[in-house]
Design a protein around this ligand. Structure first.
Ligand code: DL6
Ligand code: PLP
Length: 793
């Protein structure tokens, strides 16, 4: 989009006056950020409106997700609009530091981790590909908590991105709808965020719902000076969209959570149906021809009975016909095979919160019962296993599969595990429903914006078409033996490491050496992701360096970033352990010129954008079979970090693309994990036989480290060494994989010093990252699941 610098300056000045009563020379960074944001909103208004009109008559895909982890919008919007250069120039002329203005924006953090960030990347790709798609979710007042460390432990502080409202959202009061629960109704008020595609005029929409009370104030109670109860109804209603549940990969099972789910799903479906009727009237025969709805995990699956309710109760469609439309409309993505994350609702609670939806769910379950009896007449066990309502639990994944025409996993290995194991019963019933859609990431945010230096080099070498077609990167392979190019790749990596070091110095007061290896593990804290394996290796290294200070060793900086779910005791203990080890190592003059450990506080999207480009090593060390895909692994790869990982999730495809020899793969495979589990794995075997391991494990409980008395280190120790009724000893195979991991680290430590060979491996990874663009993923969804086609403004 072309906006004259002069015009933009006037807009900013006017917005500053209108919103903050200030002249440019008095304005604070935050105010300038807001004024610029407002100016962008003004400039895109026409295209946004026109895109909406254009899509009305098309088949559209609606992405229903309880989470959208968007991060900051300003830089991304300017880049996608092609305005960043002009804005930088203008600010320079005006003596404004653009970077500070960008930093004034709070992350929009309405998600936990991978699942929510994937949704955000998908929106960027949909808009860039000119696809008629729209996101629907919840406008949480408080996103994922802010993390602080106290005594090495995580403390959660409320996140307040809406403290001063937000400049990227527009309330659309005319589209307000009423959502009704068993105990009353609330207003759902939509806020629209523009999703600006790269190099196109199309502007898509993310619609987030905010909950409000039907009545703001009970005036009678107020007049009796009962102020608390006078606003009680308002508070209860607003509670629904107040906070994001901070769980990742765990099923919450709380009443408010169910209310959140039904709230945004019901509001979104009412909206979708209303818009459909505006164009097609009451002819619902074509509904599925014009509407595709993607269910992002089980959180929005209540949409299946809700659409049945709208069709049958409100539109007067017969049950049979309604079901056939529903089945053609929905598709479901599974993001996890962790048993604890498969959502189930207790019948009593579900019936209480959404009584009519419960009846409809019973109807669906009953219909399924008939089908199962017909298909598996001699297998009563299987019939029972597959029932949606089973005993007193409602199984949302089963409801999702039964009510969808397509079911997908998020990486090839993950989909195979679903078909052959977790969802085997269902795969045998509906083989035609299952397919794989390997995740992807948007190169606009994760390369062009986060790493302009590398982006510029790539553009210089192969042109800029990679920005919208990442497979173009393959052309970089002609430079694999070009020492000048390899040298520049090394220089850029060094520059990004210097930038990160400066950031960490400023924010955490820590000094790290950009000439050391930056080995980075950033992702949610979870036992299956095995941050514990990483810190064990570091403890082992420390022990060894203490004994042998002159051993041949390339200095390494180990960097962590992770939030733990607030109720996840062991995860929080692991955070404390890492912080404690970091403190011990960083202040020990015997080792701290060779080894450093940093735990980045409050890991989030804006910080991720500084971390991925600065990594030499990408830690992807989950127990094989547990990480559905991973998307952080792809961001590292695209920025020229080498993967140190297990054969899990999308790591498998990463090394398929870039070559095992250009990455560092270690550890048990899915098959080996399974065999060990079946043959009775005993962690005492590695504990007793692997050099140095016993000392490391014992240090949890022998006084070397201290959990400050809450017993969490003892818990971690028991989880590793003792079998309990609810888990096997070391169920994530930390001890078993330790030696292979340690040896691989050792190899890396040596190979890093062969700089040209290393750079060649980096280039090999960058050149083969094309598959992992979310543009590729979204094209596949569009063609194979949604059946939607691009339409350009
Ligand atoms: O598909 C996005 C992302 C995957 O990359 C991760 O491997 C997976 O763990 C994550 N799943 C969740 C599960 N949440 N729930 N339920 O976040 O999805
Ligand atoms: N959190 C943030 C901020 C991310 O950017 C990502 C992915 O890149 C994740 C979480 C998920 O990380 P992973 O795929 O390693 O689980």
């Amino acid at each position: 989009m072309r906006v004259e610098k002069e015009v933009l300056r006037k807009q900013i000045e006017k917005n500053l006056k209108v919103s903050f009563g200030k002249e440019l020379n008095e304005a604070k960074d935050f105010e300038i950020y807001r004024a610029l944001g407002q100016a962008i909103m003004e400039n895109i208004a026409d295209n946004w409106y026109d895109t909406g009109k254009l899509y009305e008559k098309q088949k559209q895909a609606f992405y229903l997700s309880a989470e959208f982890l968007m991060g900051r919008a300003l830089g991304n919007n300017l880049i996608n609009l092609g305005m960043l250069g002009e804005v930088r120039e203008l600010f320079e002329e005006l003596g404004i530091d653009y970077n500070k203005v960008e930093d004034a924006e709070e992350d929009s953090a309405l998600g936990n981790g991978g699942l929510g960030r994937l949704a955000a990347c998908f929106l960027d790709s949909l808009a860039t590909l000119n696809l008629p798609g729209k996101g629907y979710g919840i406008r949480y007042r408080n996103g994922i908590f802010n993390q602080e460390f106290r005594d090495g432990y995580q403390i959660e502080k409320p996140e307040t991105w809406l403290k001063y409202g937000d400049v990227w959202s527009v309330m659309r009061p005319d589209d307000e709808v009423i959502v009704t629960f068993g105990d009353g109704s609330v207003r759902a008020v939509p806020y629209d965020m523009p999703i600006i595609g790269y190099g196109t005029n199309n502007i898509n929409t993310l619609r987030l719902w905010e909950a409000h009370s039907l009545v703001d104030l009970d005036l009678a109670k107020f007049n009796q000076q009962d102020y608390l109860h006078a606003t009680q109804q308002k508070t209860l209603a607003e509670d629904i969209s107040r906070v994001l549940y901070p769980n990742d990969s765990t099923d919450e099972g709380k009443k408010l959570r169910l209310k959140q789910q039904y709230f945004f799903v019901s509001a979104s479906l009412q909206d979708i149906v209303k818009r459909y009727k505006k164009v097609h009237g009451n002819d619902f025969d074509k509904f599925a021809e014009f509407t595709a709805i993607q269910l992002n995990d089980t959180h929005p699956v209540i949409a299946i009975p809700e659409l049945m309710r709208i069709f049958v109760d409100i539109e007067g469609i017969s049950w049979e016909k309604a079901w056939s439309i529903v089945e053609k409309t929905f598709a479901y993505t599974n993001h996890t095979i962790l048993a604890e994350a498969l959502e189930k609702w207790w019948v009593g609670l579900y019936e209480q919160v959404v009584p009519r939806i419960y009846q409809i769910t019973q109807g669906i379950d009953n219909q399924l019962k008939g089908l199962l009896e017909e298909r598996f007449p001699n297998d009563v066990n299987r019939q029972n296993r597959m029932r949606i309502i089973n005993g007193n639990m409602i199984h949302m994944a089963w409801l999702a599969i039964y009510g969808s025409h397509k079911v997908n996993g998020v990486a090839a290995l993950h989909t195979e595990i679903l078909k052959n194991k977790e969802l085997k019963d269902w795969y045998e019933l509906y083989p035609e429903k299952f397919l794989n859609k390997t995740n992807g990431i948007t190169q606009r945010r994760w390369l062009l914006q986060s790493n302009p230096q590398l982006a510029n080099l790539i553009t210089e070498l192969i042109g800029d078409s990679w920005i919208t077609d990442l497979s173009e990167l393959k052309k970089l392979e002609v430079y694999l033996d070009d020492e000048k190019v390899l040298k520049r790749i090394l220089d850029i990596k060094h520059e990004k490491k210097v930038e990160l070091a400066e950031f960490l110095k400023k924010t955490q007061g820590i000094e790290i050496d950009p000439d050391s290896i930056f080995d980075i593990q950033i992702k949610r804290l979870h036992e299956y992701k095995r941050q514990l394996l990483n810190i064990f290796q570091i403890i082992g290294l420390y022990n060894k360096l203490k004994l042998n200070p002159n051993m041949n060793f390339t200095p390494v900086t180990y960097i962590f970033g992770a939030k733990a779910a607030p109720g996840y005791f062991i995860a929080k203990g692991i955070i404390r352990l890492i912080n404690e080890v970091a403190q011990m190592i960083n202040k020990d003059p015997d080792v701290n010129s060779k080894l450093k450990v940093v735990f980045v506080e409050n890991y989030r999207v804006s910080v991720a954008q500084k971390l991925f480009p600065a990594a030499d090593i990408s830690e992807q060390i989950s127990t094989a079979g547990k990480e559905a895909s991973g998307t952080g692994n792809m961001k590292f790869m695209l920025n020229g970090a080498l993967t140190l990982g297990t054969m899990d999730g999308a790591n498998v495809e990463i090394v398929e693309e870039a070559g095992k020899e250009n990455n560092y793969i270690f550890g048990l495979t899915v098959k080996e994990v399974e065999e060990m589990r079946n043959n009775g794995y005993d962690p005492h075997v590695p504990y007793n036989s692997v050099e140095g391991l016993k000392k490391i494990v014992d240090s949890l409980v022998d006084g070397t480290f201290s959990d400050l008395g809450n017993g969490v280190y003892g818990n971690i120790h028991r989880s590793l060494m003792e079998t309990a009724p609810w888990h096997q000893a070391d169920q994530y195979f930390v001890l078993e994989d330790y030696e292979a991991y340690r040896r691989t680290q050792q190899i890396i430590n040596k190979e890093y010093t062969f700089r040209m060979d290393w750079a060649r491996k980096q280039l090999k990874n960058i050149a083969n990252a094309g598959k992992f663009s979310s543009d590729r993923t979204i094209k596949e969804y569009a063609e194979e699941i949604w059946n939607i086609t691009p339409v350009k403004l």
